[in-house]
Structure formats: structure tokens, C-alpha cells
Design a protein around this ligand. Structure first.
Ligand SMILES: C[S@@+](CC[C@H](N)C(=O)[O-])C[C@H]1O[C@@H](n2cnc3c(N)ncnc32)[C@H](O)[C@@H]1O
Length: 261
């Protein structure tokens, strides 16, 4: 599967995804990934940034509020439509455009930084995505992105639970198999039945790679690895949002910051 076919799946998911995320059901984003990502982000005030795979723009808006001049791109025009409508209602100076991360419509060395919140693992042409990210960065610029953890979200995964239903281990397998676009059907687990009613399941193409694949690709693209985080929810966050509990058992996500030397 190539990025255009994958993008069509994302475009079909966009309306339901935007609705549920804006109703607060993307709990891994809101309670774990985005706070950890923003905590790791260097000061971006006054810098020009590009958010690749921006979706409906939630995280792009957070970066804009930190004082960056930010552009958001997404391959799915329906996501960009929602992001643009919000920008129209509550302007933050964000530019949005429909574009694929593997064919960025920007000149070399345009941006001080680029971000990818939970989008880079959804792009099949990982090498082209990273080289495009490298190309549009100014020398010394950084790329920060988050992905599902390659070691703990491979082709096969099963939760092991105790008698109380609490997760205590994750069985993983098929680590070396690239799923190459296998379709996964799901909705945000935190969304109750009334919120899901009438909504189609998301159909997301999955692409899996080993940890060494990601790290070696970053290095051969020319990036220097600067910071690595594996966010873990605290007990308070799990009390507030019990769906996060499994993310205390193993790391569900991997956050990386790399720099164009
Ligand atoms: C899991 S969603 C994350 C959205 C958003 N960054 C967030 O954190 O809420 C993945 C996003 O990547 C986008 N995407 C997938 N393939 C892409 C590509 N080739 N170029 C740009 N965006 C892409 C999807 O349309 C979707 O918006």
C-alpha cells in the first residue's frame, strides 16, 4: 500500500475521528501523549514550524499558542477542512494545507522545526517521509515525532489481565513482520455506546517496523538523535482515566527528537 491509498482511509475516518476526539475520547492523546510531547518540545516561540499529519489540528493549535508560526499539513482533506474551520472561528495564525508528508510542497530549508504527533507510523514510505522532513528543515533545525512503540505494538499483541481485569503484561509477537497496510477496524475505546452510535468504525492501515529500522533510518537520513522518551502515565492520570492503566505496564509510545546537524 502506498501513501495515497493509506490517505484515502484516513480521509474516510476524519469526520468520526474529529467528532470523538473533540468530545474528549482520544484519551491517550489528551492524558499521555500530548502532555509528554509538549513537555519534551524545546522553546518554539518565534520559530517557523511544520506539523506533519496534523489531523483536525488540536496539537497544531497548542504549538501556535506557544508562539510558533506554524503550518499544518495532512494528506486527508476532511481533516484539513475541520482544522481550517476551527482556525476560521478562533484564529491563531495557522496555515493549513492538504499535502502528503512524502511530497512536501515547501522549499528546502524553510522551517526551524517540524513535528509529527502520532502520524509518522501511518506513512508507508518512511524513508521518503524522513528525507522530506530533513529537506525542509534549516540546518540546526529539529524534528520531534511520536509513534506507537515498535517493540510493544508489533503485528501481534495480546493483553494479559489479572482476576480484576487489570493488565499485568502484554504478549507481543511477529515483531519482524511489516504489516504493510493491514486494515485495523476500531473506535476510541473510551467512547461510550451513545457517542459511537451511528458512527462507522475507523479503518486504519497499519505499518510496523522494528526499533532498529527507525533508528538506523534516522541516522542514515542525516539526523542526530537528541532526545528519546517513553511516556508513562502517573497513578493520578490512571485514576482519572483507567483506560491508561496498560501504559504503566509497558511503553505504548515512543517519542523522538532529532536534529539536522
Ligand atoms: C493518528 S492520526 C494523528 C492526528 C494528529 N496529529 C493528532 O495527534 O491528533 C494520523 C494522521 O496522519 C495523517 N496522515 C496519514 N498519512 C499521511 C501522509 N502521507 N501525509 C500526511 N499526513 C498523513 C492522517 O490523515 C491523520 O490525520
Amino acid at each position: 500500500m502506498d501513501h495515497r491509498t493509506a490517505g484515502r482511509y484516513w480521509n474516510s475516518n476524519a469526520d468520526a475521528w474529529t467528532r470523538l476526539a473533540r468530545e474528549g475520547y482520544d484519551v491517550f492523546r489528551d492524558y499521555l501523549n500530548t502532555p509528554a510531547f509538549m513537555n519534551m518540545l524545546p522553546n518554539v516561540e518565534g520559530l517557523a514550524g511544520l506539523d506533519i499529519g496534523c489531523g483536525e489540528g488540536h496539537n497544531t493549535r497548542l504549538i501556535a499558542r506557544q508562539g510558533a508560526r506554524i503550518t499544518g499539513v495532512d494528506i486527508a482533506e476532511n481533516f484539513i477542512r475541520h482544522a481550517t474551520a476551527t482556525e476560521h472561528d478562533e484564529p491563531l495564525g495557522i496555515d493549513y494545507c492538504v499535502a502528503s508528508g512524502v511530497e512536501l510542497p515547501f522549499k528546502n530549508e524553510t522551517y526551524d522545526f517540524a513535528t509529527g504527533f502520532m502520524s509518522f507510523m501511518d506513512v508507508p514510505e518512511t524513508g521518503r517521509l524522513l528525507s522530506e522532513s530533513f529537506r525542509i528543515l534549516k540546518p540546526g533545525g529539529f524534528l520531534q515525532f511520536s509513534i506507537t512503540h515498535p517493540c510493544f505494538d508489533p503485528a501481534y499483541r495480546m493483553n494479559l489481565r489479572d482476576a480484576n481485569g487489570k493488565k499485568y503484561a502484554i504478549a507481543v509477537g511477529d515483531y519482524f513482520r511489516d504489516l504493510n497496510g493491514e486494515i485495523s477496524e476500531w473506535l476510541f475505546g473510551a467512547a461510550p455506546a451513545h457517542a459511537r452510535e451511528g458512527l462507522p468504525y475507523f479503518r486504519t492501515p497499519r505499518f510496523t517496523h522494528t526499533l532498529s529500522y527507525w533508528l538506523n533510518l534516522l541516522i542514515t537520513t542525516g539526523f542526530n538523535i537528541e532526545r528519546v522518551e517513553e511516556p508513562r502515565p502517573g497513578d493520578d492520570a490512571v485514576r482519572e482515566c483507567p483506560q491508561l492503566q496498560g501504559a504503566q505496564v509497558v511503553s505504548y509510545f515512543l517519542h523522538l527528537r532529532v536534529r539536522k546537524g
